[in-house]
Design a binder for this molecule. Structure first.
Ligand code: NIG
Ligand code: FE
Length: 421
């Protein structure tokens, strides 16, 4: 008998295949279109999706002896989730700061007295490559079990050349050695380190002149990102940083309007950022401009939840015609979680997103937020076979089964990479 070829797979008789079809971000009302086929089969050939539909007779090339088969009776099949905003690589933890915040201290006040991002910067500078690699790898394994097949990961806890490059090299190595695809982002401007205190402009010059070109030359990042916020980096500093990144050929992201309304959303539109993230305080004008320029609005409900802030106004953002992505913001401070189940629950229960919108936000729009909507984020012929099979018959269980991992099987590039329970 012919051996089943690696990466050839048939998923049979799924209760529903939630395709999320498309090759670009879905905006506004389009976010509700999931393009579902019931009682459907998916054929994967050499890691690529080659057929989706409910024909009983599968296409002629699907010699059953060359394909491994998964019976998905009673189960929903979706694209693998894309977590499009994380700070995956970091040293140390900040459990004491969490307690202080629960006592009433604010995130920014802890940062101002040398904690927060500065605390993690010290720990990350002191960590070896191997330590950062091992910790991040175990986080990725957990994420994979939750159905995450692509993740964006930022540097930004070095704030010096050596450590920023170390973080990015860890990402590069992880991309080589484990199944989750990682989209690397250089976040040289996350905070101003103590050596540059009070000299933010000099720090921006240092990062853009001394580090950013090297990151480009070594091909260590796709995106550049900056924390544009009152008392962190101003609009002018952010514009300068993003302008330099654009000139060097990077795609752009921005942490915008998280703590106060600051004009970050407007700047994202002006600079042509791929995404603007957080947006808790974004102005109506900023949201309108983002919709006009096609900037993906990446919302991070776990961060608002953890900081006990009001959630971003997802309804207004979607109803204004923006494309919304959802992500975890995994980091040791403001959102120490990679929970996709919690993200779904918060988005639907508190942010008034429908389950359909939340699914779009974690699949095709997440893919668009990392500029990969051409190749992942939907179950369409020709795309990479990054797929999850749920333990339940409908995507509607994702927010409804609150905080629970209902992903049974995870397929990456046509291979089964995780099987829960
Ligand atoms: O997206 N806001 C800035 N950066 C991260 C938090 C980083 C940290 O606290 O370590 C965020 O929330
Ligand atoms: Fe972040």
């Amino acid at each position: 008998m012919i051996q089943a070829i690696n990466k050839n797979l048939i998923i049979r008789n799924a209760a529903q295949v939630v395709r999320c079809s498309g090759r670009t971000a879905k905006c506004g009302v389009q976010m509700s279109e999931l393009n579902i086929i019931e009682n459907a089969n998916v054929v994967i050939t050499n890691g690529i999706i080659t057929y989706v539909g409910n024909k009983i007779e599968l296409p002629h090339y699907t010699n059953p002896y060359e394909y491994k088969t998964i019976d998905a009776t009673g189960k929903a099949v979706l694209p693998g989730f894309v977590d499009s905003h994380t700070h995956l690589i970091f040293g140390g933890y900040r459990q004491d700061e969490f307690s202080w915040r629960m006592r009433g201290d604010s995130y920014m006040s802890i940062m101002e007295r040398g904690g927060g991002i500065h605390n993690t910067m010290e720990a990350t500078r002191n960590a070896s490559f191997e330590e950062l690699y091992t910790e991040a790898k175990s986080r990725l394994t957990r994420m994979l079990k939750l159905g995450v097949t692509t993740v964006e990961a930022k540097s930004g806890y070095g704030m010096d050349k050596e450590t920023e490059l170390k973080q990015l090299a860890v990402i590069q190595e992880l991309n080589r050695t484990q199944p989750v695809s990682i989209v690397p982002t250089f976040m040289g401007a996350h905070a101003t380190p103590k050596e540059f205190k009070g000299r933010e402009d000099d720090f921006i010059d240092y990062v853009t002149q001394e580090i950013m070109p090297d990151v480009k030359e070594k091909k260590l990042a796709t995106f550049c990102d900056i924390f544009c916020e009152k008392d962190v980096f101003s609009i002018e500093q952010s514009r300068k940083y993003l302008q330099k990144a654009k000139e060097l050929g990077f795609l752009l992201k921005i942490h915008a309007d998280e703590i106060v309304q600051f004009g970050g959303a407007e700047l994202a539109a002006e600079m042509g950022c791929t995404s603007a993230d957080h947006l808790l305080q974004a102005s109506d004008e900023g949201i309108r401009k983002m919709a006009e320029k096609g900037v993906v609005a990446t919302l991070l409900p776990c961060t608002a939840f953890s900081l006990k802030e009001n959630f971003a106004n997802a309804r207004k953002i979607i109803d204004s015609g923006c494309a919304v992505a959802l992500a975890t913001d995994l980091n040791p401070g403001s959102s120490f979680t990679s929970s996709i189940p919690l993200t779904f629950a918060l988005a639907c229960i508190y942010m008034k997103m429908s389950p359909e919108e939340a699914v779009t936000a974690l699949t095709i729009n997440g893919a668009a937020a990392v500029a990969r909507a051409e190749s992942i984020g939907s179950i369409d012929e020709g795309k990479l076979a990054d797929i999850v099979i749920l333990d339940f018959p409908s995507y509607k269980f994702l927010p409804y089964h609150i905080g629970m991992n209902i992903v049974g099987t995870v397929i990456k590039n046509g291979e089964i990479v995780a099987q829960n329970g």
